[in-house]
Design a protein around this ligand. Structure first.
Ligand code: TPP
Length: 329
């Protein structure tokens, strides 16, 4: 039985937070162009899930993918490199912030098309069942995506075919500027599991240990019963939907309420209270994580001019199914 590792959980949440803070600085200062979707405030949801997964369990994240990608094992260097557009990036620099596949860590990557990763995760589930592998596939999607036809069709098919898929709904209360209560027909999205004869549960996604326990319960259920499961994880993004969002659709009071639920601040308090870590240990970990992220960013930036040639790019875009065999060093 997998055990929760509190120090690792804090380290991964800190790395994720600092990675995104550094990313935000790079976009604001104009070093990086285009847009990015930050998940600051949602770290417990990303880390708790990935810590509960086995190395060979697959994940298909969303456009808000940094925390999942990092927690599944990808290096910040390869993620920064992706945003800098260099060949060292996870998609060899042609994807950017939203597209960070890493097959070596069983991460299929995400797409900008909301809800489109869910059927892909079902495909992975089918593959796992067909190959008789005892692993699962995680379909991550948001509250906004939860009403898309592709998500419903996927749940229906996975239920009928008994595919090992965890439907992981990150409910951060908003789809861009739309409040979930104005867009979703049910109070708890997990109750939609009933329509597809699945188990479903809604949990507090601000507590990393709680996310780990609930994810592990769901994963074990899927592996034992060979059936899908819907987990709705309640969380909140502290920042706007994307780079230029001023958040005029929500109140300061609401934001303050959720800032008080910050998964990192509260977890550090808990670790201190329970004497799991000392203040010095936490401060040292914070310092080390800040330096590590900084070094990885500097390394990626230094190599950022090493981009694919047009020939390499077209080979990659028009490659057949053997994506992994292509290597440009
Ligand atoms: C098919 C499609 N429709 C609309 C959009 C524009 N869009 C981008 S993100 C987003 C909101 C998604 O909300 P949610 O699924 O809750 O995920 P979150 O951004 O909150 O993580 C929308 C509508 C899109 N990218 N793709």
């Amino acid at each position: 039985m997998k055990k929760f590792n509190p120090a690792l959980a804090l380290e991964l949440m800190l790395l994720s937070r600092y990675f995104e803070e550094e990313t935000e600085r790079l976009f604001i200062s104009g070093v990086l162009h285009g847009t990015t979707h930050l998940a600051i405030g949602q770290e417990a949801s990303h880390v708790g899930l990935c810590m509960a997964l086995d190395k060979d369990d697959w994940i298909v994240p969303t456009h808000r993918c940094h925390g999942f990608t990092l927690s599944k094992g990808s290096s910040p260097f390869s993620m920064f490199s992706e945003m800098f557009g260099s060949r060292y990036g996870l998609a060899k620099g042609i994807g950017g912030s939203m597209h960070m596949p890493d097959l070596s860590h069983k991460n299929l990557g995400s797409s900008a098309v909301v809800g489109s990763g869910v059927p892909l995760a079902c495909g992975v589930g089918f593959y796992l069942k067909y190959k008789k592998l005892n692993n699962i596939s995680v379909a991550v999607f948001g509250d906004g995506a939860s009403s898309r036809g592709s998500v419903h069709e996927s749940m229906n098919l996975c239920s009928i075919w008994n595919l090992p898929v965890l439907f992981y709904c990150e409910n951060n209360l908003y789809g861009m500027s739309t409040y979930v209560g104005n867009a979703v027909s049910v109070k708890n999205i997990s109750t939609r599991a009933l329509s597809y004869s699945m188990e479903g549960e809604t949990i507090d996604g601000n507590n990393v240990e709680n996310v780990f326990d609930s994810s592990l319960k769901a994963i074990n259920y899927i592996k034992e019963k060979k059936k899908p499961y819907l987990l709705e994880v309640m969380t909140y993004r502290h920042k706007g939907h994307s780079k230029n969002d001023k958040r005029i659709y929500r109140t300061k009071e609401e934001e303050t309420y959720y800032l008080d639920k910050d998964p990192i601040v509260n977890f550090e308090k808990y670790l201190l209270e329970k004497k799991i870590m000392t203040e010095t240990e936490i401060k040292n970990m914070e310092k080390n994580c800040v330096s590590f992220i900084h070094e990885e960013r500097v390394k990626a930036e230094k190599l950022s001019s090493n981009i694919l040639s047009i020939k390499e790019l077209s080979d990659l875009v028009y490659a057949s199914s053997d994506y992994d065999s292509i290597s440009y060093n």
